[in-house]
Design a protein around this ligand. Structure first.
Ligand SMILES: CSC[C@H]1O[C@@H](n2cnc3c(O)ncnc32)[C@H](O)[C@@H]1O
Ligand SMILES: [Zn+2]
Length: 433
């Protein structure tokens, strides 16, 4: 057995207490072997110094489109519908498989540098996303996003079938770090006839569903007008609210839908920065937490955020949650730290997000010596309100050190950035011709 010790740090435990202790990792199994004082643990093959640092579970970005790093800053300050149709989709139509690979690599680099070790991704050319994740050493639930509106029947069927094939082919890839889901884009961009036909096949395959739901009012009202029922009630009718399923956004949900989410165990991935930037609305997160809904946290794509820093997302979630509830005690520091760790991991079906024996060895270490983290009254407060992705010094996933002392070991940072820069410019140029 090859072992790694993360030594001398303050460690965030699952009950949100912080204790000075060491973490011992079995690198072959990619699991945490033990958490305990240095003197009680056996010697390890390798040691990572966490002195003056805070050891946390690797953050889990439970909804994103990693390759959209290519579109960061390309189209800002517009609402969802026109942003997608006028700006984003025309460029995405030009993206080649190698563009998706380059954009995903850039996204993964940013994740590693900011302490994210796991994520869920909905995109296309997913075989390239798989390659990038395999090489970068992260953990991910991946899927091909299905859109049927505006497509003829053959193309719509092909899209759904691609999603099923991708989910079947890559589930368990990269030694189990990659799992999959079938990913209809949303309840308004995929036709009912296709959901009726293909959701039973998804269930047979045994993978979860992931889709955008109740993101904007404009997305809710056509469903309510046409069907006289709420979107998530329609989703339940379509067998799309299993305990393994998770929806992105859940901004415009009413009390009945919150109950439905809690009863079925369907996860909700809160994306506060995207919701603010696209002016989609304020999700009732405290009400969902009170009802017992599994709530995770995601950045969405970098074209609507504009970064993949989960520390920023925690802060945004806490701030927006208070505003939405008109209550300063709502969505407190502990709640957002839980969302970004255990909540997201549970929604995605990962055995991560907790530093305890038997959990995946997915970890991040922050340098606490920065002026913006001084004094240290409450480290959970610092995680939620004061820390930044750039405070992360070490990132470990599946027991492997991906970044040590801020040096990314798994990819060549400069060439990843250079390649993405060129491919982004070329794709936008092709789209404007
Ligand atoms: C078909 S692959 C996924 C698809 O989703 C688009 N997208 C990015 N952000 C959002 C969002 O907030 N709501 C809905 N759709 C979004 C992305 O551009 C891809 O086309
Ligand atoms: Zn999205």
């Amino acid at each position: 057995m090859t072992t790694l010790r993360i030594a001398g740090g303050q460690v965030l435990r699952p009950d949100m207490t912080v204790e000075e202790t060491d973490v011992l990792v079995d690198q072959d199994e990619g699991e945490i072997l033990a958490v305990g004082p240095a003197d009680d643990l056996p010697e390890a093959d390798e040691t990572l110094d966490a002195d003056d640092g805070l050891v946390i579970p690797g953050l889990v970005n439970a909804h994103c489109h990693a390759a959209m790093t290519l579109l960061r800053g390309y189209a800002d300050d517009k609402p969802l519908e026109s942003w997608l149709r006028e700006d984003i989709w025309p460029v995405e139509a030009e993206l080649t498989p190698e563009d998706v690979r380059a954009g995903t690599e850039l996204g993964l680099l940013e994740m590693i540098q900011s302490g994210t070790t796991g994520f869920a991704d909905m995109y296309f050319h997913v075989e390239k996303v798989v390659e990038a994740v395999e090489d970068a050493g992260l953990r991910a639930r991946l899927g091909h996003g299905i859109v049927t509106i505006g497509r003829d029947e053959a193309a719509a069927r092909e899209d759904f079938e691609t999603s099923l094939e991708i989910a079947a082919e890559f589930d368990g890839a990269a030694d189990g770090r990659i799992s999959t889901a079938v990913m209809p884009h949303s309840l308004t961009t995929v036709g009912e006839e296709y959901l009726e036909e293909y959701i039973p096949q998804t269930r047979e395959l045994g993978v979860p569903l992931h889709y955008h739901a109740n993101e904007t009012e404009d997305e809710v009202s056509p469903i309510v007008d046409e069907r006289k029922e709420r979107p998530l009630s329609y989703a339940r009718d379509m067998d799309m609210t299993d305990v393994s399923d998770f929806v992105a956004h859940g901004v415009h949900v009413n009390e009945t839908e919150i109950e439905l989410l809690a009863e079925t165990g369907t996860g909700v991935i809160h994306c506060p920065a995207s919701n603010m930037k696209l002016a989609s609305g304020m999700a009732p997160i405290q009400a969902m937490l009170d009802a017992g809904v599994t709530v995770g946290l995601g950045t969405d794509g970098t074209a609507s955020n504009n970064d993949l820093d989960m520390f920023g997302e925690m802060r945004d979630a806490a701030m927006l949650g208070k505003l939405a509830s008109n209550d300063a005690s709502a969505v407190d520091a502990e709640s957002v730290v839980r969302m970004a760790t255990e909540g997201s991991a549970t929604a995605l079906g990962f055995n991560s997000g907790r530093i305890e024996e038997g959990a995946n060895a997915d970890l991040a270490v922050l340098d606490l010596s920065a002026s913006h983290l001084t004094p240290r009254h409450d480290l959970v407060s610092h995680l939620a309100y004061a820390a930044r992705g750039s405070d992360v010094i070490h990132t470990i996933c599946d027991g492997n050190v991906l970044m040590a002392d801020k040096e990314v070991l798994i990819m060549d940072e400069r060439s990843v950035r250079k390649k993405a820069e060129k491919r982004a410019k070329d794709a936008i140029e092709r789209a404007s011709n």
